[in-house]
Design a protein around this ligand. Structure first.
Ligand code: FE2
Length: 401
């Protein structure tokens, strides 16, 4: 039985409205003189890329911008980014955007430091040493990539999202400026926000760190649930319960947006240490095949996976219900735990997340294949609090159909 746990996050986190204006002095303090920004056309059109670039150039740092990042980036997109960045010979890589661009920056930093191609590093702990410093500047509140050790690409040939995980991928600097989320479209805000809720709930209900069992010779990318991770997840769930619906539906609600930016980062700290589990395992093949966003797929699946885990996480679910704003006074623990699933369904409905797999184009014939591919993602399965067989995964997907 394990008796210890470890916690990792970004080396520096600077948080708050206007934080982006500090970028120049942060880079100067680290003697970074050449920097590449990885972003996308939407952020160029919205003027966000220019705002970040101006803040950096004001400090005398030479900047190159790659602006062809894409949602759920493919391996060819990553190769293009690496090629563009490599020609500029930067000292650091800045990912500006949602998880997609921030993940692209991590992969680019790894390949520029160690050569080869992205697929050489797929999986856990295959990056041999430190990568170029990564600076993450999120423009959505959700993925937690600004503090996490993972980068996800889409393998279009195998129709699967593939993760690269390594503590070397943790950003050197996470700069979270909630004002940068102001241009984020409504549905992206919803999808990213529900992803943060999934992160927090999967971390909060993960297998306990001392009970995480691995096959002989295997290493885990995650620790399982431990006290510091629980604190962070709990605070994230509370903030999401208070702010997500308003941040999505209430145009210009500053307090809600600031709250969601903090929640997403806290959830990122929690899940990238404790772990994510079956929701993410099931979403990877579904997102890869049906091209729904990561957040929408996760949000769709969350209540069904919660139903599966409920028997072994009743107390945690009862607490989640209260954190999400349900009135659980006078309820038994079992009744309160049920309310957690109801609360998630309510939030999902209020922000327009699809509720059934058939709503996003799935067909019944795909279920066994989705289950099999999910089952193959062992590192996520190990973290789930209740062991799941291939048949269990099929049953969860049938209930979600
Ligand atoms: Fe996620």
């Amino acid at each position: 039985m394990r008796t210890t746990w470890s916690f990792h996050t970004a080396t520096r986190l600077t948080f708050g409205p206007g934080a982006v204006d500090q970028l120049g002095e942060i880079l100067a303090a680290r003697a970074i003189e050449r920097l590449v920004i990885l972003t996308d056309q939407n952020l160029v059109a919205a003027g966000v890329a220019e705002r970040v670039r101006a803040s950096i150039e004001a400090a005398g740092v030479a900047v190159e911008t790659f602006s062809d990042g894409e949602a759920e980036p493919s391996v060819p997109c990553a190769l293009e980014a690496i090629d563009c960045a490599g020609r500029f010979e930067p000292q650091a890589v800045l990912g500006l955007g949602g998880g997609s661009n921030m993940d692209l920056a991590k992969i680019t930093a790894a390949v520029l430091a160690h050569g080869g191609s992205p697929s050489d590093y797929f999986g856990f702990d295959r990056i041999p040493g430190p990568v170029l410093p990564v600076i993450s500047v999120p423009t959505t509140a959700g993925t937690g990539s600004e503090v996490s050790h993972s980068a996800v690409l889409t393998d279009t040939e195998r129709q699967l999202k593939v993760s690269t995980l390594s503590n070397y991928l943790r950003p050197s600097i996470a700069l979270v400026d909630p004002e940068l989320t102001d241009t984020c479209p409504r549905q992206v805000r919803a999808d990213a926000g529900i992803d943060a809720l999934v992160h927090a709930i999967e971390a909060y209900t993960a297998v306990d760190y001392h009970a995480l069992e691995l096959p002989p010779g295997e290493k885990s990318a995650y620790e399982g649930r431990f006290p510091l991770g629980e604190c962070l997840a709990e605070k994230a769930i509370e903030l999401i319960g208070r702010h997500l619906v308003a941040a999505v539906n209430d145009e210009g609600h500053r307090e809600a947006r600031d709250g969601m930016a903090l929640a997403a980062t806290l959830a990122g700290m929690a899940f990238s240490n404790c772990g994510v589990a079956l929701v993410h395992a099931l979403e990877y093949p579904i997102g890869g095949a049906l091209h729904c966003s990561h957040g929408a797929g996760n949000g769709l699946l969350l209540p069904y996976v919660m139903r599966f885990n409920l028997p072994v996480r009743q107390r945690a679910f009862a607490r989640i219900a209260a954190l999400l704003g349900e009135d659980v006074n006078g309820l038994s623990e079992a009744e309160a735990a049920e309310r957690a699933i109801e609360a998630v369904r309510r939030i999902r409905r209020q922000i327009g997340i699809p509720e059934r797999l058939r709503d996003i184009g799935a067909t019944p014939i795909q279920i066994p294949l989705f289950a099999e591919k999910s089952y193959g993602i062992a590192r996520l399965r190990w973290v789930n609090p209740r062991p799941a067989t291939n048949q269990d995964l099929r049953d969860i997907l049938k209930s979600a159909f």
